[in-house]
Design a binder for this molecule. Structure first.
Ligand code: HSE
Length: 307
């Protein structure tokens, strides 16, 4: 009655696709161990040093599991042990990974009665707690894997998932704090039509490039005309990091989710390592500590690895 789940970090937005596009990373990931109990309720423990809340109502995995339990008629509860491999607040889907991993593990302990769309719905309760907004652009890849488009949240969740080409991702996480709520507060309330046209042309181009494995099109389409300009001031070194990454051979990239991490997509592993070094060099010069992650896009989302 115990399972262990690996739940991946994810990129959201992917430049042009604010709140709708996402991609699963092969690393880092959270490790979530769930035990089904006969007594109702949740007990949450963290086996890491991040001091995250363990009260289920204040914990993203807890809130997601409470949403799932509300849809389960029998009396059941879970003990949950979370080991964060993904730093909270990094902008690579830390809260999504915990929420997604928790519901995927619970579902396995309930004979997989829920489908992936239902699991995203439950996990969105956790995302709303973390960022104040119900969005699924990190959760969709965290549960479906690969590349995802959240075509609609309403009237019913509609997710398009596809396996992208074997891209390699370089991520730099500068150790600065950018709260998602603050990064959303700087966004414009309205968008000029001409900018919106350019943006949705890029969304279509990016999806087409991923489907046809057209790496140059992917690179051209990654540009964000609306959200990144509004958030650029929150991330020192952004323009220089992009310039050095492109010079090192990246296809393109930008802010990962609401930041502060930056991501770059690359055609191969060697380029991804060179690009990561280029990204890191900018923050080294700025005197800002940083972490680097390099890995391929993950085909799978959160998955039971044991149990
Ligand atoms: N799409 C979201 C944003 C991701 O950019 O605000 C952050 O959770």
């Amino acid at each position: 009655m115990t399972v262990t789940v690996h739940s991946p970090a994810t990129l959201s937005n992917l430049g042009c696709g604010f709140d709708v596009l996402g991609m699963a990373l092969s690393q880092p990931y959270d490790i979530i161990r769930l035990t089904r109990t006969a007594q109702p309720g949740l007990v949450i423990r963290h086996l890491d040093d991040y001091d995250l809340p363990t009260d289920p109502a204040r914990n993203v995995a807890g809130v997601a599991l409470l949403a799932l339990l509300a849809a389960v008629p029998e009396t059941v509860g879970f003990e949950v042990e979370i080991t964060k491999g993904i730093r909270p607040g990094s902008g690579i889907g830390s809260s999504s990974a915990s929420a997604a991993g928790a519901v995927v593990g619970a579902n396995a302990l309930l004979n997989n009665r829920f489908n992936k769309l239902e699991l995203v719905e439950f996990a969105m309760a956790g995302e709303a707690l973390a960022s104040g907004a119900r969005h699924a652009d990190n959760l969709a890849p965290a549960i479906f894997g690969g590349f995802t488009l959240v075509r609609a949240l309403l009237p019913k969740l509609d997710i398009v998932a596809l396996l992208p080409p074997p891209l390699w991702v370089a991520v730099v996480h500068p150790q600065i704090t950018v709260r998602t709520a603050d990064a959303r507060a700087v966004l414009p309330a309205t968008v000029p039509l001409a900018l919106a046209v350019r943006q949705w042309a890029n969304v279509g181009g990016l999806v087409a490039g991923l489907l046809t494995h057209d790496f140059e099109l992917i690179g051209r389409a990654l540009e964000d005309y609306i959200v990144e300009p509004a958030r650029a001031a929150l991330i020192p070194g952004l323009a220089e990091a992009r310039a050095r990454a492109l010079a090192a051979g990246a296809l393109g990239g930008g802010i990962s989710g609401s930041g502060p991490s930056l991501f770059m997509l690359n055609a191969d592993e060697a380029t991804a390592h060179a690009v990561a070094a280029a990204l890191g060099s900018v923050f080294q010069e700025l005197g800002i500590d940083f972490n680097l992650h390099v890995g391929p896009v993950a085909a799978e989302g959160a998955r039971v690895v044991e149990g």
